[in-house]
Design a protein around this ligand. Structure first.
Ligand code: HEM
Ligand code: HEM
Length: 149
């Protein structure tokens, strides 16, 4: 199969993982900067940095969703039909869908009062995504080792 097939080639795998980690790290950095920000002080330079980090988060999230779409027909669909790494792949896809939905709702909240709850939901799903990525990659390596030996 091609570099973007059921087995990801080294370059494709790197692109997927780099884009996922940029999205995760920029989200986590936004949270960490928030802990050190003085809510009353509008001259705090950290405020501008937090805004830039959120910009990076939004852009990298678009790239990640494009890459996820690219994985769909061969990697997701192909491995699903071949019954390989199904549970963690499904959970990872579900988490990405929830993040994309809640991220969109943060841009356009159905009601301003819901924004805080949506933000917490999005952040918790982000932490779950970290665990699911680690699990998916670990299971993929285990699977490959078993089939290569
Ligand atoms: C139903 C959905 C999915 C299934 C059934 C699935 C299945 C698999 C399988 C079987 C492997 C091992 C392939 C090999 O032998 O080389 C794998 C690896 C991988 N998958 Fe998925 N996957 C799914 C969704 C996703 C999604 C949504 C992403 C990320 C956006 C993803 C990212 C990766 C990556 C980066 C690897 C390579 C890990 C490594 O070799 O280090 N997968 N997946
Ligand atoms: C597919 C994955 C993801 C997508 C599509 C996505 C999308 C978005 C979008 C569109 C926003 C709104 C940006 C704005 O208000 O200007 C946002 C905010 C945010 N995201 Fe994500 N995101 C994803 C994953 C993550 C992950 C993994 C984390 C890690 C914790 C995370 C943490 C955050 C945080 C902290 C915010 C700011 C929340 C707020 O404004 O109250 N996101 N995300």
């Amino acid at each position: 199969m091609s570099a973007w097939g059921m087995h990801l080639g080294p370059l494709a795998r790197r692109q997927v993982l780099v884009s996922i980690w940029v999205v995760i790290l920029s989200g986590v950095l936004w949270i960490v900067i928030g802990w050190n920000l003085d809510a009353e002080d509008y001259t705090d330079p950290l405020r501008a940095w937090r805004h830039r980090v959120l910009g990076l988060h939004g852009i990298s999230a678009y790239v990640l969703l494009w890459i996820t779409g690219r994985l769909y027909s061969l990697h997701q669909h192909g491995n699903w039909r071949a019954q390989r790494n199904r549970a963690s792949g499904m959970a990872l896809s579900g988490a990405l869908l929830l993040l994309a939905g809640s991220g969109l709702a943060l841009y356009y909240p159905p009601h301003e009062d819901w924004r805080d709850a949506l933000s917490i939901f999005h952040q918790v799903s982000g932490v779950v995504l970290v665990l699911l990525v680690l699990l998916h990659v670990w299971l993929a390596k285990k699977y490959r080792r078993r089939h290569n030996s």
